[in-house]
Design a protein around this ligand. Structure first.
Ligand code: 13P
Ligand code: SF4
Length: 338
C-alpha cells in the first residue's frame, strides 16, 4: 500500500465515495484490509470515473500490487498476454501498470493510441543490460545468425532484432526460425533455460533480472526441508541451479495455469512478491510459501500515480517513428507465432 494517511494529496473518503464503492468493498473484501479501505476506495472510485471519461483501460502485469491487480485493472497477465491484448482493445487510452518496456510494447502495437506510463522511471535490469549498439556488434560478430530478443528490452534494441519473445513463448519462437543457431538477448538465464529445451544452439548475452537472480538452489533445498511435499514453480529468469531444483518452470501466466494441476496443497512461486498475493485470492485451497523478492521497478506504480496519469493524460510513452517501425516488425513477428 503506497498511499499514506498523512499524504496531503490524498483523496477524501466521503460518505458519497463510501456509498458508490459499496459493491467494490464487497468484491475486494479479503484483498484490501479494512484499515486501508478509506485510503484506497477514493482512488479506485476516481480511476473508474476517469477510465469512463477517457475511454481508457488499465493493463496490469501479474507483479502489480493487489489493489491495482484486483482493484482497477481491466486486463491482467504476463508480458505476452498484455502485448496480445493491447492489440485487441478499442480504448483510446491505455494505462500500463507495469514497467517501461511493457508500455513501449503497447505503444508499438498501438501507434495511434495514447499510452500512459504512470511512472517513467519504472525500468528493468534486463532492459538496461543491453543497448542497440551492443546488438549491432553481436550481429556483426555472428553474420547471418537471427537475433531473438526478449520483450524486456528498449524499442531501440527491438529495432535491431529479427523477432521478439517472452518467457512464455521463447522455445516456440526460437524453433519457428528453422535454423541451427540463434542469438538470444539479453537474459543469460532464460537463454540457458531455452537451450535446455531445444536442439537449436543459443548464443546469449550477460543480462540478468535483479529480482530472480537472487534466488539460490540452496534456498530451495531449505524450503523443501521445511515444507515437505511443497510444489516448486520457478520463473525462467531464475539461475540454472534454481530451475534445476524446481518442479516446473514457466512465465508468470504459465505459473498461474500450473496451479490448477500441480496436485499439491502447498506451493512455492519463485518470483516477484505480488504474484502469490494476487493468485492466492483465486486459490484458497492452496498454502503459498512466500520467499519472494520485490521488483523495485514494478513497485513504483501505485493507485495515485495511475489516477494522476489519467487526469493529466501524462506521462505519455512515445517511440521515435523510425525506431518504432523496425521494432514493430520484431514484435508483430512474435505475435504471429501461435
Ligand atoms: P512474464 O512475461 O513471465 O510475466 O515476465 C515478465 C517479467 O518481467 C518477469 O520478471
Ligand atoms: Fe525486469 Fe526482473 Fe523487474 Fe521483471 S522482475 S521487470 S525482469 S527487473
Amino acid at each position: 500500500m503506497a498511499i499514506a494517511a498523512t499524504d496531503p494529496g490524498r483523496l477524501p473518503f466521503t460518505p458519497e465515495v463510501e456509498a458508490r464503492m459499496a459493491s467494490e468493498r464487497r468484491r475486494l473484501a479479503g484483498i484490501i484490509p479494512d484499515f486501508d479501505w478509506p485510503l484506497v476506495a477514493p482512488e479506485i472510485d476516481a480511476i473508474q470515473r476517469l477510465k469512463r471519461e477517457r475511454n481508457a483501460i488499465v493493463l496490469a502485469h501479474n507483479y502489480q500490487t493487489p489493489e491495482i491487480f484486483h482493484g482497477v485493472a481491466d486486463i491482467v497477465g504476463d508480458s505476452l498476454a498484455l502485448a496480445r491484448r493491447a492489440t485487441e482493445t478499442d480504448a483510446d487510452v491505455i494505462v500500463k501498470a507495469g514497467v517501461h518496456f511493457m508500455a513501449e510494447t503497447a505503444k508499438l502495437v498501438n501507434p495511434s493510441k495514447t499510452v500512459l506510463m504512470p511512472d517513467m522511471a519504472a525500468g528493468c535490469s534486463l532492459a538496461s543490460s543491453i543497448t542497440a549498439a551492443d546488438v549491432r556488434l553481436l550481429r556483426a560478430a555472428h553474420p547471418g545468425v537471427p537475433i531473438v530478443t526478449y520483450v524486456n528490452t528498449s524499442a531501440e534494441v527491438k529495432a535491431e532484432s529479427d523477432v521478439c519473445c517472452t518467457s512464455g513463448n521463447a522455445v516456440k519462437v526460437v524453433e519457428s526460425l528453422g535454423v541451427d543457431r540463434v542469438i538470444m538477448l539479453p537474459d543469460e538465464y532464460l537463454a540457458r533455460y531455452v537451450a535446455g529445451q531445444t536442439e537449436v544452439e543459443i548464443i546469449s548475452w550477460k543480462g540478468h533480472c535483479e529480482v530472480h537472480e537472487r534466488f539460490t538452489g540452496d534456498e530451495i533445498a531449505a524450503y523443501r526441508e521445511d515444507n515437505p511435499g511443497v510444489y516448486v514453480i520457478a520463473h525462467p529468469e531464475c539461475p540454472p541451479d534454481v530451475i534445476a531444483a524446481a518442479d516446473y518452470t514457466g512465465s508468470t501466466a504459465q505459473m498461474i495455469s500450473k496451479l490448477d494441476d500441480a496436485n499439491a496443497s502447498k506451493v512455492l512461486l519463485l518470483t516477484e512478491c505480488s504474484m502469490s498475493d494476487n493468485v492466492a485470492v483465486h486459490h484458497p485451497e492452496l498454502d503459498f510459501v512466500r520467499p519472494c523478492n520485490l521488483c523495485p521497478h514494478m513497485k513504483r506504480i501505485d493507485l495515485p500515480k495511475i489516477r494522476r496519469a489519467l487526469e493529466s493524460l501524462a506521462p505519455e510513452v512515445q517511440v521515435e517513428p523510425a525506431v518504432a517501425e523496425r521494432a514493430r516488425v520484431a514484435v508483430d513477428r512474435m505475435l504471429a507465432i501461435r
